[in-house]
Design a protein around this ligand. Structure first.
Ligand SMILES: Nc1nc2c(ncn2[C@@H]2O[C@H](COP(=O)(O)OP(=O)(O)O)[C@@H](O)[C@H]2O)c(=O)[nH]1
Ligand SMILES: Nc1ncnc2c1ncn2[C@@H]1O[C@H](COP(=O)(O)OP(=O)(O)O)[C@@H](O)[C@H]1O
Length: 206
């Protein structure tokens, strides 16, 4: 299926910094919107319904699966998470670029459905740093953090299936990399669609 907006998928093990990076990217880029997922996980700390997630009970989530409301969904760290069709298609259809912050299982489902989607994997600089970030974030109980660190091994192994990999050591460097990927993809899309940004004129690409 072809659509005028770009789809960017960002995945990472818990604590690698993907929410912080996506939030910073959105502040810099007014053409980008984030898809708000549904989840059966309980809200933590400052999270608000409709902002970080749409928090639903397991029965509601199941009825959405049955109604085929999700373009993808997966069970991650013992909870269910899903992207509703409405969260993305209405936007890409009118030419907005949408970023999905989802796990690798969802990312691979999205790539199958929308081969033009750009898959970006964020890696932490080390296992020690990942553990420290989860502890420093201070949002999860020790057993939840332990489970996430175990799952991180499997998740990191999936990075090779992604289009791009970013190492989030220094935050500003990782943010720069993310911006560059988004920018380059937009230009590629413009060339493919024979759109004519003025910058192409000098290259005879009109
Ligand atoms: N497949 C899928 N995964 C999601 C979705 N929304 C969030 N996730 C992933 O679920 C995992 C857990 O997210 P969360 O509980 O917010 O924890 P965090 O990664 O530590 O911030 C992360 O890998 C998210 O990217 C979704 O709609 N679909
Ligand atoms: N480059 C970085 N250096 C140090 N700390 C970071 C960096 N990026 C993110 N963090 C911190 O690590 C913690 C986890 O980041 P978060 O964005 O919540 O990760 P994720 O969404 O991948 O679970 C947060 O406390 C965040 O402020």
């Amino acid at each position: 299926m072809d659509y005028p907006g770009n789809l960017f998928v960002v995945a990472a093990p818990s604590g690698a910094g993907k929410s912080s990076l996506v939030k910073a990217l959105l502040e810099l880029d007014s053409h980008l919107v984030v898809s708000v997922s549904h989840t059966t996980r309980k809200p933590r700390g400052q999270e608000q319904h409709g902002r970080e997630y749409l928090f639903v009970d397991p029965a509601t989530f199941q009825s959405m699966i049955d109604a085929e409301d999700f373009v993808e969904w997966a069970e991650v760290h013992g909870n269910r998470y899903g992207t509703s069709r409405a969260a993305i298609m209405e936007r890409v259809a009118v030419g907005q670029d949408v970023v999905l912050e989802i796990d690798y299982q969802g990312a691979l489902q999205i790539k199958k459905l929308y081969p033009n989607a750009i898959l970006i994997f964020i890696l932490p600089p080390s296992w020690e740093e990942l553990a420290q970030r989860l502890a420093r974030r201070g949002e999860d109980a020790d057993d939840v953090i332990a489970q996430r660190l175990v799952n991180a091994r499997t998740e990191v192994d999936q990075a090779r299936h992604f289009d791009f990999v970013i190492i989030n050591a220094l935050f500003e460097t990782a943010l720069f990399d993310l911006k560059a990927i988004v920018h380059a993809q937009r230009l590629k899309y413009a060339v493919q669609k024979k759109a004519k940004p003025s910058v192409f004129a000098a290259l005879g690409l009109n």
